[in-house]
Design a protein around this ligand. Structure first.
Ligand SMILES: NC(=O)c1ccc[n+]([C@@H]2O[C@H](COP(=O)([O-])OP(=O)(O)OC[C@H]3O[C@@H](n4cnc5c(N)ncnc54)[C@H](OP(=O)(O)O)[C@@H]3O)[C@@H](O)[C@H]2O)c1
Length: 293
């Protein structure tokens, strides 16, 4: 494999655009780029709090004029696509093709390269995005991420209220610490283009976990007996709708819980990119325990 860890010689003058910069993963990417003295521009609908070396552009990824101005002077882009439809991405990809920065796209390990259609709408969007970026000649570096450990933050209110976490019983996955994904992203964002293996990298944690396994490990970190209780899809749907989540998102999440097959794949790609083995969910839970009390 080529030396992806060799940084570009001009790294100190590189400007990197981070999309989804207010999100669980994007925040970690921004922190790491800033700590390495790179110039960072953030794009999200909300402004980030001002900080040295970090510019913030507020607006929607589907707004081509905003994307154009956000791309001015940018060498590399950390790209996420948080929408449930890839059609509005055509304008963004066209803007990327004009300025042609290095693109690192955050995709999903659930993509089945052999399948004509993916298991559910969320995975389909990632497959469509990868194809759009390739077809535009952008040669993206694709990081396919497994379930982010930070998704567990969605359980915080239930954990504060009692010992039972309920939800749809999603298939087991090799949950990956978002800090490892951010470290991997920073490696490829800084790498010299000539030395880049464009992937797809498959970023997983070290063990395959059910939601019940995760809740158990979270309980151990909190020194409590927490347990997971799976609820049927219909009940999960009505609860999510009652919480005010958009119907389309709810349907996509239900489809993912019902249709996405179990993945037993554990890779060493985090280690290949970061030089360190991927962290466990138990470690993540210990490091984030205060967020649940
Ligand atoms: N979570 C997982 O398990 C997982 C697994 C594989 C891949 N991924 C991919 O990784 C991405 C990041 O995950 P995450 O957990 O960090 O998500 P997250 O915490 O929900 O963050 C999503 C980010 O996207 C921004 N955003 C949402 N809609 C936007 C729009 N229309 N225009 C501009 N910005 C928008 C949000 O910012 P504002 O709300 O402030 O605008 C936020 O910064 C996901 O969107 C998904 O595509 C996630």
């Amino acid at each position: 494999m080529p030396d992806t860890t060799r940084p570009t010689s001009a790294r100190h003058s590189s400007s990197i655009l981070v999309t989804g910069a207010t999100g669980n993963l994007g925040r970690e990417v921004v922190d790491r780029l800033q700590a390495r003295g790179l110039r960072v521009r953030c794009l999200a609908r909300r402004q980030l709090d001002p900080r040295p070396g970090v510019e913030s552009v507020a607006g929607d990824l589907t707004d081509p004029a905003l994307v154009r101005s956000a791309l001015a002077g940018i060498d590399a882009v950390f790209l996420i696509w948080p929408l449930l439809d890839s059609a509005p991405a055509h304008d963004l990809v066209a803007e990327l093709a004009i300025t042609a920065p290095r693109v690192v796209y955050l995709s999903s390990t659930a993509i089945d390269d052999e399948a004509a259609r993916q298991s559910d709408p969320i995975v389909q969007v990632h497959a469509d995005m990868e194809a759009l970026l390739h077809d535009a000649g952008l040669r993206p570096v694709v990081l396919r991420s497994d379930t982010l450990a930070s998704n567990a933050r969605g359980w915080a209110a239930q954990v504060r209220a009692g010992d039972v976490v309920t939800g749809p019983d999603i298939a087991r996955t090799a949950v990956v610490d978002e800090r490892d994904v951010a470290d991997a992203a920073v490696t490829v964002l800084r790498a010299h283009h000539d030395h880049l293996d464009h992937g797809p990298y498959v970023l997983t944690g070290p063990e395959v976990l059910s939601r019940a396994d995760q809740v158990g490990r979270l309980g151990a970190a909190l020194r409590r007996h927490l347990r997971f209780e799976a609820v049927p899809a219909d009940l999960a749907r009505s609860r999510m709708l009652a919480d005010g989540r958009p119907e389309r998102l709810v349907e996509a999440l239900i489809a993912a819980s019902v249709c996405r097959p179990e993945s037993n794949r554990v890779t060493d790609h985090v280690e290949r990119l970061t030089g360190r083995a991927a962290g466990t969910f138990a470690r993540w839970a210990i490091d984030h325990a205060s967020e649940f009390s």
